[in-house]
Design a protein around this ligand. Structure first.
Ligand code: S3P
Length: 171
């Protein structure tokens, strides 16, 4: 197990479509360590889908539950934790992640993100016709903050396997 994984969980951050879940799961399998997806964990805790939480209780309540769930998961290592794209934007969540985790940003370009999210329709923030514009404005707002991550991996023009190798060599 790479040394960076021994004492703190590795937390993957990045926009929707960056590959946090896919890449995190594959690396965890390769290294035989646990993998958790915070979105999935939120759905288990809440007993309903992310889309339902957004619809019934709003984004603010979703962020509150997301923060609680992430707090609870950070005391174990080794662990790879994929977080939802907005988690690191929440000041309280970001503070805890900086204290307790090694954060890794999967830095992706707009075309790649757009190609990946267009196949999927159950993300409430992208349940719109102008997905590309929304993604682009999220990039503008979030990338300067994601850049505070401990490790940045550049994903542009790279397939998933190449990105996985880059992540592993950064650990
Ligand atoms: C969100 C990203 C989603 C999910 C929710 C909000 C965001 O997760 O947490 O729909 O604010 O970027 P993924 O990044 O895994 O799609």
């Amino acid at each position: 197990i790479p040394s960076k994984l021994l004492n703190r969980p590795l937390v993957l951050i990045g926009l929707m479509g960056a590959g946090k879940t896919t890449i995190g799961k594959k690396i965890a399998d390769l290294l035989s360590i646990p993998f958790i997806d915070s979105d999935k964990e939120i759905e288990i805790t809440a007993g309903c889908s992310i889309a339902d939480i957004f619809e019934q209780y709003g984004e603010e309540e979703f962020r509150r539950v997301e923060n609680q769930v992430i707090q609870r998961l950070l005391d174990q290592a080794p662990l790879i934790l994929a977080t939802g794209g907005g988690a690191y934007m929440h000041p309280k969540t970001r503070k805890t992640l900086k204290e307790k985790a090694t954060t890794l940003w999967l830095h992706c370009d707009l075309e790649t993100l757009f190609k990946r999210v267009s196949k999927n329709t159950n993300r409430p923030l992208l349940n719109v016709n102008n997905k590309k514009e929304i993604l682009s404005s999220l990039m503008e707002k979030r990338y300067p903050v994601y850049a505070e991550a401990d490790i940045v991996v550049e994903c542009k023009d790279k397939d998933i396997d190449t990105t996985i190798n880059l992540v592993i060599s950064a650990l």
